[in-house]
Design a protein around this ligand. Structure first.
Ligand code: AMP
Ligand code: MG
Length: 403
């Protein structure tokens, strides 16, 4: 193995395995969390007609300047009425919130400022012209771009899309990602463990991370450290339906029985040492024999696996989705303790952040098997390659994990 690859070099290699995702149309009601593939132009204005902001009476403001005044009530306009008669001077129409303001009216008097009469109404306060009328187009004009391509669709974005009349939206197809764990020691949760065995946790963890990044994960049944079983499981699946990426875990370090390395070394995957901790041993490439599928081979230690996903895979998936923020949100925090860090490797340490003073501390320790501590972490703290010592109070780059 030659000199270690930098974190940034390996990020670029992984990112190049994924093409930008094509667009597909989905019903608006199923678009939550998806990334918009094209601008959305308003087909109707919002509001689309002048309507009442209150339950009350539509009037001409000029008829009420001498309030209190009494006016005959000539029509009743509930929300949804479409045949609204014009308002004659010197009269009122009873009107409900959201109902079309009749032609001729220029103000709405809230019911609280009247006696609520049905045949005649007594208006006790003179309205200003335009009072309680929501004007057509005051929020959105017809033809306005209401959502830009690249927007992540949350509740308000879905709301506005529906409000301007969209039934479907063009979104980026979610990348389909296979997840396959390896290890003869692995047992499915729910079964008894014998000494020397552990529950398989990387598969569920990585599948969740894929979904969280906007991808569509398919968790394959894990395999023991056996090249034929490993390749067999993949051949069987890949011939079935297209896949955008394969993530494996385990079997890539320097020991014996490194099943992923043994299977893929001569098949297009480059195995390297990346100058980082945790997560030094990495691999990436394309396997022609499996339909040219892009492969990222993550290390088996759970923390290494997770951190490698965060550093290499998550930004690649989100870039392919056209996401405006492929990276985790980054803040500068203050280190609440003293740290040492190895030279020549970029460290990603798990931290908890005290939001009251912006101080970060390590949770657990730097070792890569501490999954219990990882589960309590709120952030990753980055220690650059050339930093070997950090004093308490140092400013540290901190990636927020749940943002
Ligand atoms: P490996 O990279 O295969 O040498 O595995 C490194 C360490 O991670 C070993 O202690 C493995 O038992 C553990 N490990 C590997 N794969 C998994 C997995 N899918 N779930 C939980 N632990 C794992
Ligand atoms: Mg293993």
């Amino acid at each position: 193995m030659s000199s270690p690859r930098t974190v940034d070099e390996h990020r670029a290699v992984v990112a190049a395995l994924l093409d930008p995702m094509p667009a597909e149309d989905v019903p608006v009601v199923h678009a939550r969390g998806r990334v918009l593939a094209a601008d959305v132009v308003a087909g109707v204005a919002l509001p689309s007609f002048d309507n009442s902001a209150m339950d009350g009476y539509a009037v001409r403001a000029a008829d009420c300047t001498d309030a209190p005044v009494e006016l005959p009530v000539e029509a009743d306009i509930p929300a949804g009425r479409t045949d609204v008669p014009p308002l004659r001077p010197g009269t009122a129409h009873r009107i409900m919130t959201g109902a079309l303001v009749p032609p001729g009216a220029d103000a709405v008097v809230p019911v609280e400022q009247t006696d609520g009469g049905l045949d005649r109404v007594r208006v006790s306060v003179a309205p200003a012209p335009g009072a309680h009328v929501r004007r057509a187009g005051e929020d959105v004009r017809e033809g306005d771009v209401v959502l830009r391509a690249g927007t992540v669709l949350g509740a308000p974005q879905i709301g506005v899309a529906a409000a301007v009349g969209r039934e479907t939206l063009p979104v980026r197809r979610r990348p389909r990602v296979l997840v396959l764990s390896t290890g003869s020691e692995l047992v499915a949760p729910g079964r008894p463990l014998r000494p020397g065995q552990i529950y398989e946790s990387n598969g569920p963890m990585l599948a969740a991370a894929v979904e969280d990044a906007g991808g569509c994960a398919e968790l394959l049944r894990f395999v023991p450290d056996d090249v034929e079983q490993f390749l067999g499981r993949l051949r069987e699946r890949v011939s079935d339906a297209p896949v955008d990426l394969l993530l494996t875990s385990g079997g890539v370090s320097a020991g014996a029985y490194e099943v992923v390395k043994d299977a893929f070394r001569e098949r297009g995957v480059e195995f390297v040492k990346v100058a980082m901790q945790p997560g030094g041993p990495q691999g990436a490439g394309r396997v022609d024999e499996l339909g040219g599928i892009g492969v990222v081979t993550l290390p088996g230690n759970p923390v290494s696996s997770h951190v490698s996903f965060e550093v290499f895979v998550r930004p690649a998936l989100r870039s392919a989705l056209g996401h405006p923020h492929p990276e985790r949100p980054v803040v500068t925090a203050t280190l609440g303790e003293r740290w040492r860090s190895p030279a020549g490797r970029r460290q990603f340490r798990r931290g908890v952040l005290d939001a009251s003073n912006g101080t970060v501390r390590e949770v657990g320790g730097p070792a890569s098997h501490l999954l219990g501590s990882l589960a309590r972490a709120e952030c990753l703290v980055v220690v650059p390659e050339d930093v070997t010592e950090l004093s308490e109070g140092s400013a540290v780059e901190t990636w927020l994990l749940d943002g």
